[in-house]
Design a protein around this ligand. Structure first.
Ligand SMILES: Nc1ncnc2c1ncn2[C@@H]1O[C@H](COP(=O)(O)OP(=O)(O)OP(=O)(O)O)[C@@H](O)[C@H]1O
Ligand SMILES: [Mg+2]
Length: 240
């Protein structure tokens, strides 16, 4: 399998708090990788390091073997890396459709005239077509989450990074979102998905990685990882 993204001993600290401790991780082209870990483990920070919102203190990040460690965020997006935000960040005063146009123009380098149809198709796939003319700021939580994914898709990512896209949704809404994520992956987009709702995650991913205090403590086949003693300790507490 071809490696699409690789992190090699990536490190990041905020003062004395180390949020990425020499993290090494490879993502193969076409795979779906899940990431779990307790609150504050450094999961979102890992996405910020990968997409360039936060600069690594040390280590190396490569995309297709090319070093992107110091590449600005916008160029990484054009190169095919795009994330959704745990707390949705729509352009509130733009319509849903305009949110996608901005993403396609600046995150992909496309011309508006060439991408209108593609954006409409993404809205259809993500269940937002009926709300294309609504303002981003007027959407419900479910629709804001859908917009996060739709806007990321509008940048035509090779690797889509989803940060807790299912958190805060009802069971039914969550099931719907899982179907959409599965379809996105099937369409050929490589996926890394951070999610606390493990059953949703396991419905899609083929590999699971676990972060704890900025350290990658386990990775592999999802069931085996969930059953490992260290992961059980983190989630259930050590036996007394
Ligand atoms: N800009 C920052 N400055 C200082 N500390 C930060 C900053 N961003 C994050 N942190 C801290 O780094 C740690 C990791 O945060 P991060 O958001 O990556 O965790 P997470 O695993 O995504 O958690 P959650 O499951 O709650 O989303 C936390 O203790 C957080 O408070
Ligand atoms: Mg987070």
């Amino acid at each position: 399998m071809t490696t699409l993204l690789a992190l090699d001993r990536v490190r990041k600290a905020y003062g004395s708090l180390v949020v990425a401790q020499d993290v090494s991780l490879a993502v193969a082209e076409g795979e779906a990788l899940g990431i779990i870990g307790p609150n504050g483990a450094g999961k979102t920070t890992l996405f910020a390091l990968i997409t360039g919102a936060v600069a690594a203190d040390a280590g190396r990040i490569t995309l297709d073997g090319a070093d992107i460690t110091r590449m600005p965020a916008q160029r990484r997006c054009v190169a095919g890396l795009c994330r959704s935000h745990q707390v949705p960040q729509p352009f509130e005063k733009l319509t849903v459709f305009e949110n996608l146009l901005v993403a396609a123009c600046f995150g992909r380098g496309a011309r508006e005239a060439d991408i209108r149809e593609g954006c409409a198709e993404i809205l259809e796939r993500t269940g937002l077509l009926g709300k294309a003319n609504r303002l981003g700021g007027s959407l419900t939580l479910l629709d804001r989450k859908r917009l996060e994914m739709a806007r990321a898709l509008a940048t035509a990512p090779r690797l889509l990074l989803l940060d807790e896209i299912a958190g805060g949704l009802t069971e039914g809404e969550c099931a719907e979102l899982v179907e959409t994520v599965r379809a996105v992956h099937r369409s050929g987009i490589t996926l890394v998905w951070i999610e606390h709702i493990v059953h949703a995650l396991l419905a899609v991913v083929g590999r699971l990685a676990v972060l704890n205090f900025g350290r990658l403590i386990a990775e592999g086949e999802p069931r085996a990882v969930m059953d490992s003693a260290e992961v059980r300790d983190i989630y259930l507490g050590s036996p007394v």
